[in-house]
Design a protein around this ligand. Structure first.
Ligand code: GLN
Length: 200
């Protein structure tokens, strides 16, 4: 299998490392490649959209003409894991906790409502322990960095994991969204869960 990581910005290396660890655990082999252009996208069986700044990621993808191809790749059923800014990119409905109505280029395929910067500014970033039993894991420590919140899911989208009543991980068909950074964690369970989707 070939797993692509959208590589305009954000934690490519950390995701690649965590993927490798998950591959070893599941005893699967695969290549990990950076995705920047449509040609890269065509080759992959699964895609990770990392954190960063969703506005920046969206604008770059649009300028390079990759945004529409990302949409089609995902509607075709390619498994995708969007983390933090990546979750924002996937959402159909995005608002900002501070800035009132400002539109940004999105993939916009997932039936979730997301509020950007829900927990506050950079210095309000925090660590938390999550219970990953619904996806076959145990407890894991994860980081929230200027994180968004998934405040609503509808249609086929469902909330998988919550923290203090707020959804931090959701899924809909081939799409998985986390508001935290699973690549910065002592558990590889989210990457394992994503790889399970790719294997199917
Ligand atoms: N606050 C960023 C945004 O709105 C997301 C932060 C992150 O990906 N760590 O795009």
């Amino acid at each position: 299998m070939k797993i692509g990581i959208l590589a305009y910005q954000g934690s490519f290396e950390e995701h690649a490392l965590q993927l490798k660890r998950a591959m070893i655990k599941l005893n699967v082999s695969g290549d990990i490649l950076p995705v920047k252009k449509t040609g890269d996208l065509k080759q992959v069986d699964g895609l990770i959209i990392p954190g960063g700044e969703s506005t920046t990621i969206g604008i770059i993808a649009q300028k390079l003409g990759v945004l529409d191809d990302l949409k089609s790749k995902i509607t075709e059923g390619t498994p995708v894991l969007g983390t933090c800014a990546g979750a924002i990119m996937l959402a159909k409905d995005v608002t900002d906790a501070k800035v009132s109505k400002k539109s940004q280029p999105l993939i916009g395929e997932m039936n979730i409502q997301v509020i950007r910067n829900y927990y506050g500014r950079q210095r309000e970033s925090f660590e938390a322990t999550l219970d990953f039993s619904v996806i076959g894991g145990g407890k894991g420590r994860v980081v929230f960095i200027r994180a968004p919140a998934i405040v609503k899911t509808w249609g086929e989208a469902k909330s998988l994991i919550t923290l203090q009543g707020v959804t931090v991980m959701a899924e809909e068909r081939n799409m998985i969204a986390t508001t935290f950074h699973p690549e910065l964690s002592n558990t590889t369970i989210v990457h394992e869960y994503f790889l399970d989707h790719v294997k199917r």
